[in-house]
Design a protein around this ligand. Structure first.
Ligand SMILES: [Zn+2]
Length: 262
C-alpha cells in the first residue's frame, strides 16, 4: 500500500499538467470586470440565478467540474481549433459551416437558451456558469488556435526555471507572475471609455475569435523563431496584449449579460 502511494505520487508529480483554460485568476478577473459594467436590471436577474455567488466566483465552475466524468462532453466546448492563417472572411465562412461541439457553437446555444423565458432554474444556473466561463476562454488566444499542438499544450517551453508549455504560459503563468489578487488585477487594468466599450460590445463573436486567433498566430511564429526560454523579456513584451484580452473579455461578457438579462 505504501509503495503504491509513493508510486502514485511520483507519477502524479511527473505527469505534465494539461492546462485547461485561463487559470482560476484569469477567469475571475474577466468576471470581476464584467460585474462593473452590468446594468442594474441585469445585475438583479443574475443575482436571482447565482444567489450569493459573484460573477467572478461563478467563472471557474466549468473547469472545476472537469474532475467529474459525467461532464466530459463539455470539454471540447472550451476552445475552437482553426486552420492556419485564416482571413476574417475565411473565418466567418468557416463558422457558418461549423457544427462541431466547440466554444463557438456552445456560446450560440447558451445565449439562445438563456433568453428563453421557460428555461428551468436548474438549467439557468448551469448555462449561466458556462457562459461566464466560455466568454473568458475565447479571449485566451491559445483557445482559438491549432489542433495539431492542442492549442500550444504540446509546445514545451521554459518559464523561468520551470518546464511548462505555451498554453499554460497564457492560461496562468503570465497572470500569476504579476502577483496580484484577482480584484487587485481587475482594478489595475479596468480602464475603458464608454465609446470603447460600445465598440467592443458591438463586435460579433466571430470578431472575438479572429482577434484571439491573430494573436495566437503571432505567438506561434515567435516560438518557432526564438529560443523557447521565456522569462522577464517575454512578460515585458506580452503583458499588455494579455491584459487587453482580459479587459475585452470582461467588457464583452457584460455586454452579453446585459443583452440577455437587461
Ligand atoms: Zn475553460
Amino acid at each position: 500500500m505504501k509503495l503504491f502511494s509513493i508510486l502514485f505520487i511520483a507519477l502524479f508529480l511527473y505527469l505534465p499538467f494539461n492546462s485547461i483554460a485561463w487559470g482560476v485568476q484569469g477567469h475571475r478577473i474577466v468576471g470581476q470586470i464584467a460585474e462593473s459594467y452590468l446594468t442594474p436590471k441585469a445585475k438583479q436577474a443574475i443575482q436571482k440565478i447565482l444567489g450569493n455567488e459573484s460573477v467572478a466566483m461563478a467563472s471557474n465552475w466549468a473547469d472545476f467540474i472537469k474532475s467529474d466524468t459525467a461532464y466530459n462532453y463539455l470539454s471540447p466546448m472550451h476552445y475552437i481549433n482553426l486552420p492556419d492563417r485564416l482571413s476574417y472572411a475565411e473565418l466567418k465562412e468557416y463558422l457558418l459551416k461549423d457544427t462541431a461541439a466547440d466554444v463557438y457553437t456552445e456560446l450560440a446555444f447558451l445565449i439562445k437558451q438563456l433568453k428563453r423565458p421557460d428555461l428551468t432554474k436548474e438549467k439557468q444556473v448551469m448555462y449561466l456558469h458556462l457562459l461566464i466561463h466560455l466568454v473568458g476562454d475565447v479571449h485566451q488566444p491559445m483557445h482559438v488556435s491549432r489542433a495539431e499542438d492542442e492549442g500550444g499544450n504540446k509546445i514545451q517551453v521554459m518559464w523561468f526555471r520551470e518546464s511548462t508549455n505555451l498554453h499554460a504560459v497564457w492560461d496562468e503563468k503570465l497572470i500569476d507572475f504579476q502577483q496580484l489578487s484577482y480584484t487587485e488585477y481587475a482594478t489595475a487594468i479596468n480602464f475603458t471609455t464608454a465609446s470603447q466599450r460600445q465598440v467592443w460590445q458591438r463586435e460579433p463573436i466571430s470578431q472575438w475569435l479572429f482577434e484571439s486567433n491573430q494573436i495566437a498566430e503571432k505567438l506561434y511564429s515567435e516560438i518557432n523563431q526564438n529560443e523557447q526560454k521565456l522569462s522577464y523579456r517575454y512578460n515585458y513584451d506580452h503583458i499588455a496584449i494579455l491584459n487587453n484580452q482580459l479587459l475585452k473579455g470582461g467588457v464583452r461578457l457584460a455586454g452579453l449579460l446585459n443583452e440577455i438579462f437587461g
